[in-house]
Design a protein around this ligand. Structure first.
Ligand code: NAI
Length: 338
């Protein structure tokens, strides 16, 4: 099989080339993202291999179907950028990589939190300049603080384990709580009211879009630290900025941003950033932004390539593919297409 691999980065190639070669799959790497204008690169391919910021709306999917593509291989967990209903209507089969390293993302969330509360980002810059002053560097202990975890799936649970190691009190909210678990579930309102730190680990859906908005920010403790390693649009960025300016939000740790598609993963140093909200957020001393890198560990890259290749072979060989995303009766089900 041949696949057009969009939004390719140098770190993607070694693992995909290796697993592809071992399994009879050739990936053609393109740096460009998949859009209506670039879809034609998938001509003579069995499908496309895509990432979080590629566009797979109805127009793009129809184009891919016209080119006789059969498969969409998402090399990520989230699939909010794919119109799965349109894919099904076009006869395109889609699979994702639901888990590759929950540790990578959960550890990154904790790295951001520690960096923020202990001002490591400031200290690193200061000492490089031989500035050994500690003024303005006072942090706070994580021990004894309450962390509210929204979404108790794979990543959220690993993050809770890490927080437990720090001696934090953990409360959680999930629309689908795990039955008979020892997780201390509360309502979203209670979580927001009681948490010193709120960490988002739920998917982006119509329901969770702008979960953190001007109203919910008002429910939070003054000085709350917000961590988002899930999807940017879980937070209304303008409200976040207002909350920071009003000192209601003490710090924000963001690996994702609502309008990241145009900026993240690109070297834009020397350019003028057109997004005023992102520029203002980055300028804040209490905001840390990383460029959707929480997944980026060697273990995760290897698992992503291995699972993507496995998904493609399973679908192509007519075997059960548990990672397939099927649009059925108006909702998404996981499993095997009959
Ligand atoms: P998961 O599917 O294991 O867990 C998601 C949890 O969210 C589930 O327990 C689910 O019941 C819950 N949930 C669903 N709807 C909800 C709602 N309306 N309110 C509250 N909770 C809700 O997913 P996993 O693997 O833990 O990943 C979580 C998210 O992390 C993904 O959706 C993805 O967007 C993001 N992610 C980010 C990465 C990065 O590099 N920054 C890498 C991988 C994933």
């Amino acid at each position: 099989m041949r696949f057009a691999f969009f939004d390719a980065k140098p770190y993607d190639k070694p693992s995909f080339e290796r697993y592809g070669a071992e399994n009879g799959i050739k990936f053609k790497f393109y740096e460009t993202k998949l859009t209506e204008d670039t879809a034609d690169l998938a001509r003579n391919c069995d499908g496309v291999c895509v990432f979080v910021n590629d566009t797979l709306d109805a127009n793009v999917l129809e184009k891919l179907a016209d080119l006789d593509c059969k498969y969409i291989a998402l090399r990520c967990a989230g699939y909010n950028n794919v119109d799965l209903k349109a894919a099904a209507n076009c006869g395109l089969r889609t699979a994702h990589v639901p888990a590759y390293s929950p540790y990578a993302v959960a550890e990154h969330a904790m790295a951001l939190l520690l960096t923020s509360v202990r001002r490591i980002h400031k200290a690193y810059i200061r000492t490089r300049d031989f500035n050994f002053s500690l003024n303005g560097m006072t942090g706070f202990d994580l021990h004894g603080k309450t962390v509210g975890v929204v979404g108790t799936g794979r990543i959220g649970r690993v993050f809770m384990d890490i927080c437990r190691g720090f001696g934090m009190n953990i409360i959680a909210y999930d629309k689908f709580p795990i039955k008979d678990s020892d997780i201390n579930y509360v309502s979203l309102e209670e979580l927001l009211a009681k948490s010193d730190i709120v960490s988002l680990h739920c998917p982006l859906t119509d329901e969770t879009r702008h979960l953190i908005n001007c109203e919910t920010i008002k429910l939070m403790k003054k000085g709350v630290v917000i961590i988002n390693t899930s999807r940017g649009a879980l937070i209304d960025a303008e409200c976040l900025l207002d909350g920071i300016k009003a000192r209601q939000i003490g710090a924000a740790c963001l690996d994702v941003y609502e309008e990241e598609t145009e900026y993240f993963y690109e070297d834009l140093s020397g350019h003028i950033l057109n997004d005023d909200i992102l520029a203002r957020l980055i300028s804040m001393p209490n905001v840390i932004v990383t460029s959707h890198q929480a997944f980026l560990t060697e273990e995760a890259l290897s698992n992503i390539a291995e699972t993507t290749v496995m998904n493609l072979n399973q679908m192509h060989d007519g075997k059960p593919c548990p990672n397939e995303l099927i649009w059925k009766d108006g909702e998404i089900v996981h499993g095997t297409q009959k």
